[in-house]
Design a protein around this ligand. Structure first.
Ligand SMILES: *Cc1c(COP(=O)(O)O)cnc(C)c1O
Length: 361
């Protein structure tokens, strides 16, 4: 059997380890495993969302309405935009793939400042793009003006703000400058609700801008798979046309609508997470040989100056704590972990385990 060369060559997405794997390997009961691996919302879902899921489960034998009118209306009203500007997907990850399908012809130049989310390069390469990773000259992310300089004639530029895994943000005027140079600019705002501001309010200023959003992080629905793009009406309609007609399940649709009605609840959990993030940042930053970067999201990038990421990662695993190893990611030189902000109790457990391993650096 013959497969496309790029499919043979591409590495699989590294999702990190899951609680059930750790439980078996280290004899830690699965329910005691602290999962700080995937930047999920660690707090329980509101009752109303769980009830909506249960209610939709009873109607699961029927297809959802492929136009998803109510979900789109609810998202539009949450954002203060029009339903016609919204395109849906089974998570923001799927929309990255759709954007690549819609815009990339073989050998088109795709510019990706790194370190960043790896799926931009992955789906671009699957479309036979000529991918250019722009590495930082100093700091952990390329300077915005160096991105704008290189964006000339790029078919597509992928930006992420707040950026995974660094936690940093790109200012709106900087994005607009990049959008003036490039043909299409995608801003992945999977973590926007943990931060401030959004490019959505600037969509009128730049026809070629596409904003990606997710229900997986702030709204706590990672297990259900709902995401969307916000763009010009024309681009949103094109993205809607190429997706699977039933990409969002009835259950996921009902959950997303119920979660939007609880936006205030989620805003409060985000505030709690922001306070915890700062507590973690201080606690980790005080450890010898540990450098923590400022973050506007629900995770922290941690650089280890005198230990290998492997060593610290394994120590944490033995304590039942899963974080993400990100050393070796394009754009990151050195030893790094990405740690999601968990509940108060989980973060305290992490700090204790980190103190044990970093004590005598
Ligand atoms: C988690 C994440 C996604 C994927 O979100 P889904 O909606 O779960 O597919 C997309 N982009 C970034 C930067 C992420 O961190």
């Amino acid at each position: 059997m013959r497969y496309r060369a790029c499919a043979e060559l591409l590495g699989r997405y590294e999702a990190g380890e899951f609680p059930e794997d750790i439980a078996a390997r280290y004899g830690v009961p699965a329910e005691q495993v602290v999962n700080l691996n995937s930047n999920e919302n660690p707090y329980p879902l509101p009752e109303s969302v769980i009830e909506a899921i249960a209610g939709a489960a009873a109607r699961a034998s029927r297809y959802p309405n492929p136009a998803y009118p109510e979900l789109k209306r609810c998202i539009a009203s949450y954002l203060g935009t029009e339903p016609e500007c919204i395109a849906l997907g089974a998570g923001a990850g799927e929309l990255i793939s759709h954007v690549c399908t819609l815009f990339i012809e073989p050998l088109d130049r795709v510019l990706i400042p790194v370190p960043t989310y790896t799926m931009y390069a992955f789906y671009s390469m699957l479309r036979d793009a000529s991918v250019e990773l722009l590495e930082p000259e100093e700091g952990v992310y390329p300077a915005p003006d160096s991105i704008a300089e290189r964006a000339d004639d790029a078919r597509l530029v992928f930006l992420c703000s707040p950026n995974n895994p660094t936690g940093g943000v790109i200012e709106a005027d900087e994005v607009l400058e990049i959008a003036e140079a490039a043909e299409v600019v995608v801003v992945d705002e999977a973590y926007a609700e943990f931060c401030c501001g959004s490019m959505i309010e600037h969509l009128q200023d730049a026809e070629n801008l596409i904003v990606l959003r997710s229900f997986s992080k702030f709204f706590g629905l990672a297990g259900l798979r709902v995401g969307y793009a916000v763009a010009s009406e024309k681009t949103a309609a094109m993205l809607e046309k190429i997706r699977n007609p039933f990409c969002v399940s009835r259950v996921a649709e009902a959950a997303a609508i119920a979660a939007l009605r609880e936006a205030e609840h989620f805003r409060r959990t985000a505030e709690r997470l922001a306070r915890e993030r700062e507590r973690l940042r201080e606690g980790l930053g005080a450890l010898p040989g540990v450098e923590v970067y400022p973050s506007w999201a629900n995770f922290l990038l941690v650089r280890l100056l005198s230990r290998s990421a492997d060593e610290v990662y394994t120590h944490l695993l033995k304590r039942g704590i899963i974080v993400r190893k990100v050393s070796g990611m394009p754009g990151l030189r050195g030893e790094y972990l990405r740690i999601s902000v968990g509940t108060e109790k989980e973060n305290s457990k992490l700090l204790t385990a980190m103190r044990e391993v970093c004590r005598d650096a």
